[in-house]
Design a protein around this ligand. Structure first.
Ligand SMILES: [Zn+2]
Length: 406
């Protein structure tokens, strides 16, 4: 990078202090924003919006639905450069039975504990500070730098769907989910579906007069384990981890003395870019057919689970490892940490897929390290927060370009 660029980065870097990023993330962890909170993400979105506005960043709230606003912020470019969107979610999962106080953040040995510290108020705070650092250093960007802090990623991704539909649109994007400081340009698609097994009710004392839907479900579970799972494990992808199927929920029957006439299994299916949804479903129907050949009483139907998504299928995310946004993050990470970051693939599903596929903004995942997302003890590494923030700002300077204001 030319000297002028590194001068700019040195100025921005000084404006991003470790203690400040830590404080911002703590302040957000203190504000619960999970689905059981009556006002959902409203308070944390208002807090972040105010924080950005106080720093002179052009930020506003945009309602996705009643009481649930996205934060849409921008450091506007002067024209002639590429634009970048930083994206993170403001919602978290509920605290469940956490072993730590979920909303009283505490730092012990460089780890910041609390619900949402890692997933993903950490990455989100680091992103917000990147905009603030650039603004404080009075760097004039050529292209626009956006931050979208979205609602509902843990639910149906309604916040990022809203961004895709209404803008803003950027040339490329970064989602700040935790990646342990690895750049992850790709991940699998995610489909949830239900399989309903249909039997025939009868008295348990005359069970042969009925058809037991629970037994039918058991045949299906066996077929998945013996036949489908080995095939999925062997189905490698050029871009992502292999395909998986998880049988997450089973429900059926009324009481011990009745033959169950209905049973349902809820399935999580992670599919690779080399597959498509039609193939995923066809594979299920083929499995039904093979069980039916052995037992003609077998009857099953498949339904997509509407709670997984709103209108946009949770497709895989695929961005080339040689894309400009990957190179900018690599160079930023080398400058900040002195080490070349690994380029790998994300194990979960993220909003990056919606931005890349439906929003036509190639988007990769890069965020801090830590442990315990959705678990009983969740923390993010404080050192990674400040490093991430500086790396995001470096990537933004490289992608958006710019010059120092005089
Ligand atoms: Zn997340």
């Amino acid at each position: 990078m030319p000297a002028r660029g590194s001068d700019q980065f040195e100025k921005v870097k000084k404006k991003i202090a470790k203690g400040e990023v830590e404080k911002l993330v703590k302040d957000m962890v203190k504000i619960p924003s999970h689905p059981d909170v009556p006002t959902k993400e409203k308070e944390v979105a208002e807090f972040l919006n105010e924080f950005l506005r106080d720093e002179g960043v052009d930020s506003r709230l945009r309602l996705v639905e009643k009481d649930r606003p996205n934060v849409v912020a921008v450091v506007r470019g002067e024209g002639g450069g590429k634009s970048l969107m930083l994206n993170g979610h403001t919602d978290t999962v509920p605290p469940y039975d956490m072993d730590i106080p979920p909303f009283t953040p505490k730092v012990v040995s460089g780890k910041l504990y609390g619900r949402g510290s890692l997933d993903m108020k950490g990455g989100l705070g680091a992103m917000a500070m990147a905009l603030v650092g650039i603004r404080r250093a009075r760097v004039k960007l050529a292209g626009d730098l956006f931050l979208t802090a979205v609602v509902g990623e843990e639910r149906q991704s309604e916040g990022t769907e809203d961004v895709v539909l209404k803008g803003p649109r950027a040339d490329m994007g970064i989602v700040g989910e935790p990646t342990d400081m690895e750049i992850q340009p790709s991940h699998r698609g995610l489909e949830w579906f239900e399989i309903h097994f249909h039997g025939k009710a009868a008295h348990g004392g005359q069970a042969d007069r009925g058809v037991n839907a629970i037994s039918m479900a058991a045949r299906f579970v066996n077929a998945v384990e013996k036949d489908l799972q080995p095939r999925l494990r062997a189905r490698k992808s050029k871009h992502t981890l292999p395909s998986t199927i998880n049988l997450g929920v089973i429900q059926g029957g009324q009481q011990p003395s009745s033959v169950a006439d209905h049973c349902v299994i809820k399935v999580d299916r992670r599919w690779i870019p080399e597959e498509n949804l039609q193939k995923v479903f066809q594979e299920m129907y083929d499995l039904f057919d093979s069980i039916k050949k052995e037992d003609p009483r077998f009857k099953a139907t498949l339904k997509r689970d509407p709670s997984n998504m709103l209108t946009m299928t949770h497709v895989p995310n695929v961005v080339s490892p040689s894309h400009q946004v990957v190179r900018a993050l690599e160079s930023g990470a080398r400058t900040v940490t002195g080490k070349a970051p690994k380029v790998t693939s994300f194990w979960g599903w993220t909003d990056a897929a919606l931005l890349t596929h439906f929003g036509k903004m190639p988007t990769v995942i890069f965020g801090p390290g830590g442990a315990g997302a959705h678990a009983r003890t969740e923390y993010v590494l404080v050192e990674d927060l400040v490093n991430c923030s500086r790396i995001y700002s470096s990537a933004a300077l490289q992608i958006c370009g710019g010059k120092q204001a005089v």
